[in-house]
Design a protein around this ligand. Sequence first.
Ligand code: DC
Length: 210
Amino acid sequence: MIIAVDGPTASGKGTLAKQIAAHFGVPYLDTGLLYRAVGRQVAINGGDPDNADDAIVACSFPDELMQDDILRSEETGGLASRVSVHPGVRKALFKRQRAFAEQPGGAVLDGRDIGTVIAPDADVKLFITASVQERARRRWLEMVDKHIDHEEEIPLSEIERDVVNRDSRDINRKDAPLKAAPDAVIIDTTSFDRDAAFDAVREAVERVLG
Ligand code: DC
């Protein structure tokens, strides 16, 4: 059983995908982390994330990098979004994601193109979204709560601008843009708290699986 969870930045799809994976007892892959590792590796190499060659070289990042907390920073998220436009990067990361999806017993993957490119054969496709303002607010609260960012505290208006920029880059890139698969269940969590969002997602999965 493959469950594909796609959606824009800060939509809560990662948390929901992780909860769904735990609920059904299947492994989970945050594919955004792979793009974040590439973005971070470009920075370590002193390369340019907008240069396809620099970004492709960075796809051979060491596995330990996936554990580095800096991958979760706003800055690395921006780098990830920039390297993810290069078709060579997407191609280099495809096999790893596809192999994860195909493992016996099933898997849950979250990202931007899971239901459209990585696992168009997924049993369940979810597209999780929320308004720009709500996503920026959640990201800001998360940063303040967990002090996960390595930068100084960033004003909400700046986070909102970043969310808009990221959406625009993710939606408008030519290769594997962010979009809901035609057969995806779209869940807008703008007015939901965490429990209500999980209930909506669980009910959708159970409905699709029959
Ligand atoms: O989900 P995230 O914020 O960690 O993703 C960071 C960036 O990585 C996102 O802006 C676009 C890219 N990405 C992608 O292109 N395809 C995926 N399946 C996952 C992430």
